[in-house]
Design a protein around this ligand. Structure first.
Ligand code: SME
Length: 160
């Protein structure tokens, strides 16, 4: 759940950050940090890029994960791409295909990053929470805006 005012404030900060001068991977890393710092329920925040039939881990903030490469169709992340739909997992213990990133995780949200004009999937934002039911449609709507801003940057310059 994310407050409207905080969401608006973070979107403005994200836009300013993405327009900065630093190399794009650095700006994206800072963006992950911005999201984690201002959202107490965002325990792990990262980007996976879609490359062929695999999701490759990009910038992230949080505990290290062994899932640096996830085939499309596997786990919550791979399911989002295979089904072409964002995922909000209320309790990861109820998902048989869940790939554990760390044992504290109880809920997860995956929002697809799509090319602005074509809708083609470029990757996804993945967020883990330590509470059951940490994420809802307000997080999805917020992360969709962030995903759109990321897509606008990467479609200009390739970081994948
Ligand atoms: N839980 C994800 C794997 C990625 S980690 O959470 C960072 C999944 O089931 O696909």
């Amino acid at each position: 759940m994310i407050d409207d005012r905080l969401a608006t404030e973070l979107i403005l900060k994200a836009e300013a950050l993405l327009e900065g001068e630093a190399p794009l991977p650095e700006r994206l890393q800072q963006l992950m940090q911005l999201l984690k710092d201002h959202q107490p329920h965002y325990h792990w925040v990262g980007i996976y890029w879609l490359k062929g039939n695999e999701l490759i881990l990009g910038p992230y903030v949080g505990p290290p994960t062994e899932h640096v490469c996830i085939p499309v169709g596997r786990g919550v992340c791979g399911t989002a791409v295979a089904e072409n739909v964002n995922q909000i997992v209320y309790d990861v213990r109820e998902r048989s295909n869940y790939l554990a990133c760390n044992l504290e995780t109880r809920s997860e949200i995956v929002v697809l990053i799509r090319e602005p004009n074509t809708g083609k999937i470029l990757g996804q934002i993945d967020v883990d929470g330590t509470e059951v039911g940490a994420f809802d449609e307000s997080d999805e709507a917020f992360l969709e805006v962030i995903a759109d801003r990321i897509a606008r940057c990467v479609s200009q310059r390739s970081v994948i």
